[in-house]
Write a protein that binds this ligand. Structure first.
Ligand code: GLC
Length: 750
């Protein structure tokens, strides 16, 4: 191994050992003594057992490995954790086996509770579109209360990977392209999952994933390589992870990708220098599924033995399903290639969380079927799911006031509605990827949501028109026929739940099958059409976007999907969502994001092409920009005032402005604050989101909005990787989206 790498490992070890005494400082003194005593009794095999995690067979979330007897391993203390075990009863059974082991060390049960456990919430990218941090935290809190009642100790969430490439299917799982918003949401989700703290009966351990820069995979192809400057890594991709550490995340999960030539699982810089060193992370790191063994395929390790060695040296504490630890670590220690101190450090980290979760006091404290039954059928949870689902909907277009569909006023002309499209009656697709399926899941489809709202004298006609993803147009005639009978058409199109998510990268992100052709056929009837798009990612759907009068982007909204969509369609909720990711016009533009560098030859518009940084065969602007979303009302911004036009690094500028609801409908507006550092020691983005507010305004109401600008908001990593705010001119922009700047001022940092 290169000298440099060895130096990094030794540096990392020194950092760890130096903070070793702090390692489990959050434990009571008595528990620290218990942990030390326990560690002193453990054989090497039992220590390695704590670093070994197997999957249950509820649902494989990775390539299954055969062989071995997991129950025998549990009974003999060779397993520290199980994932994909669902239900209080099932976890109790396995915990009973663990209590048969010599030292009776309880198992940790982990599960991907990413956007809900029994009550399913919108996919995280959808929740991010709500820009409602309280609602996002509440969503995670509810997921934790339901999961912890069902034996789950640990969720593999939040996923906080910044992603600028919608070809990557896992954009559905994160908070989109913006670092600042992503960091705010990451903290909210960790606080939601962990609640009052580990040990509370309704807390689950959070797991910040995937560390790190997994969303920057070349070509948007899942598991692909990532190569970027340390400056880009620290400025764009690491802050949401740091926000998780600051929020007290119990665990981290590393990522499948290699980063600058070294797989994350074996990356000393990432895990020991940054996470456990600089950030003094106290929890433990679990590998992603099989990622340790996959370092062989990466070409970074020649065999499982080297994979185990490089993983433990790099600070990967627990091995999810590659089994290299249970097979190889004992030999490595006995051969003196891995110091026992590293094994002990990893084991301490794992045992500390088990103590914090109260599992040594009562290994069965989360395995209560009675509590589980009471926790899962909770109407308040469904109401919360409906609330954030409505808030996640982004209205992309609304010409001729097509929306909301008026069913209430006495002069409403709506007597027949045609509901058309392959997702109109779908239930499971509303859950989205990384949802947990239930036989009695009670998912509200769009059709059910609409039926529950229309009065008796309004007829609803329904036709699928086509499948989600096949070439047959056989259903078009029936769809056209009901459209012709209707006063208005609701067209429900988009992706199935398995078209975005892990290992779902796409070269084309268009409407699947013949859905666009169906839209064209319905458009041909001349009827007004409301398009409802379900998808896990930004799609390219230019014909629909250009030709249909009203479009709602509704992601995958979870258990209450149909009710939430109906609430917006019929005007019971005024849409307030804003896009957390840029929507390209064409895959050829990707990566396309709002906070780009200006370049030396910036193009100022879709026709400014001569010797400019632009494509000559397509417009260069996005189809829909970051931060964009319409409302049923309108908002006017005015009276932007800065407390001063200059500031020093020690003080702040107080910013105020007015926002008025100038329409007839109450509504929320996401008031976005962007900053631009005009000149820097390194080039700076043309704008960066640095704060936002989401006031509710009644018709005619004006509210005063306030922000503070401090040096932190002006800071960035310079070429020497110092976090600095450099004196100079800054532009301050207040916008309703990243490209709809309503007010602007400038100021100077002295
Ligand atoms: C998967 C995913 C990860 C998930 C884990 C366990 O491969 O990458 O996000 O938490 O395995 O299911």
């Amino acid at each position: 191994m290169k000298v440099l790498n060895l130096k990094r490992i030794l540096f990392g070890l020194l950092l760890i050992i130096s903070c070793h005494g702090v390692l489990y400082a959050q434990l009571s003194k008595s528990d620290q003594v218990r942990l030390d005593e326990l560690l002193g009794k453990m054989t090497l095999e039992e220590k390695i057992g704590q670093l070994n995690q197997y999957t249950g067979d509820y649902e494989a979330t990775g390539p299954l490995r055969q062989g071995g007897d997991k129950v025998d391993d549990i009974k003999n203390g060779r397993v520290g954790s199980m994932l994909n075990i669902k239900g209080a009863e099932n976890t109790r059974i396995l915990q009973e086996f663990a209590m048969q082991s010599r030292l009776k060390i309880p198992l940790l049960f982990g599960l991907d509770v990413v956007h809900g456990y029994y009550t399913t919430f919108p996919i995280p990218l959808g929740e991010a579109a709500s820009w409602d941090l309280e609602a996002i935290e509440r969503s995670a809190r509810i997921a934790a209360t339901e999961a912890s009642a069902s034996g789950v100790h640990w969720t593999f969430a939040p996923m906080v990977d910044i992603a600028r490439d919608p070809r990557w299917g896992r954009v559905m799982e994160g908070a989109g392209e913006d670092t600042w918003l992503g960091a705010q949401i990451a903290g909210a989700r960790v606080r939601g999952f962990q609640g009052k703290g580990l040990g509370s009966m309704d807390a689950v351990m959070a797991c910040a994933k995937h560390f790190a820069a997994y969303g920057a995979a070349v070509g948007g192809r899942d598991y692909n390589s990532v190569d970027m400057s340390e400056r880009m890594l620290r400025e764009t991709y690491l802050p949401p992870f740091k926000a998780c550490v600051d929020a007290g995340a119990a665990t981290f999960m590393n990522s499948f990708n290699d980063l600058n030539g070294i797989p994350a699982t074996g990356n000393v810089f990432l895990q020991r220098e940054v996470l456990k060193g600089e950030w003094n992370f106290q929890g433990f790191i679990v590998s992603d599924w099989g990622s340790m063994g996959e370092m062989i395929a990466h070409g970074y390790c020649k065999d499982e033995k080297e994979a185990a060695m490089k993983s433990i040296l790099a600070g990967s504490d627990m091995d999810m399903e590659s089994r290299v630890y249970t097979r190889e670590l004992e030999k490595l220690v006995k051969e003196g290639k891995v110091p026992m101190s590293l094994i002990d450090e990893a084991v301490r980290r794992v045992l500390t969380k088990k103590f914090e979760m109260g599992l040594f006091d009562d290994p069965f404290r989360f395995c209560n079927p009675e509590r589980e039954k009471a926790a899962l059928h909770n109407t308040a949870n469904r109401a919360a799911a409906r609330d954030i689902a409505r808030k996640s909907i982004v209205m992309l277009k609304n010409e001729n006031q097509t929306l909301p569909i008026d069913l209430k006023s006495k002069d409403s002309k709506i007597r027949t509605i045609a509901l058309i499209g392959p997702l109109a009656q779908s239930e499971n697709d509303m859950l989205g990827f990384w949802s947990i399926s239930w036989p009695d899941g009670d998912i509200v489809s769009l059709e059910e949501g609409i039926r529950s709202r229309i009065p008796g004298d309004v007829k609803l006609l329904v036709a699928k028109g086509c499948e989600i993803n096949d070439k047959s147009e056989a259903g078009f005639d029936e769809a056209i026929a009901i459209a012709k009978q209707a006063d208005i058409v609701i067209l429900s199109i988009g992706e199935a739940l398995d078209m975005s998510g892990e290992a779902k990268s796409k070269g084309h992100i268009r409407l699947p099958g013949v859905q666009e052709e169906l839209a064209q056929a319905i458009h041909g009837t001349g009827k007004p059409v409301v398009v409802i798009m379900n998808a896990g990612r930004p799609l390219v759907f230019n014909w629909v976007a250009d030709n249909m009068p009203a479009i709602l982007y509704t992601w995958w909204l979870g258990s209450e999907a149909g009710n939430a969509m109906a609430d917006v369609v019929f005007g019971d909720y005024n849409p307030s969502g804003k896009l957390p990711m840029t929507f390209p016009r064409d895959e050829g533009q990707i990566p396309l994001y709002y906070n780009y560098f200006n370049t030396g030859r910036p193009s100022f518009g879709d026709h400014d092409l001569l010797y400019k940084s632009a494509y000559i065969d397509m417009p260069n602007s996005p189809k829909f920009p970051f931060g964009y979303g319409l409302s049923y009302t309108t908002f006017v911004y005015s009276n932007l005032v800065l407390s001063s036009k200059t500031m020093t690094a020690k003080d702040k500028i107080h910013v105020t402005l007015n926002v008025q609801n100038t329409g007839k409908t109450a509504g929320e507006e996401v008031v976005q604050l962007y900053l631009r550092d005009r000149f820097g020691s390194v080039v700076r983005p043309v704008k960066e989101l640095k704060d936002f507010r989401k006031p509710m305004l009644l018709p005619g109401e004006t509210k005063r909005i306030e922000f503070d600008i401090d040096a932190e908001k002006l800071s960035f990593y310079n070429n020497d990787l110092q976090w600095v705010a450099e004196p100079g001119e800054f532009d301050l922009m207040i916008g309703s989206s990243s490209s709809d700047i309503r007010l602007q001022e400038s100021f100077e940092l002295k």
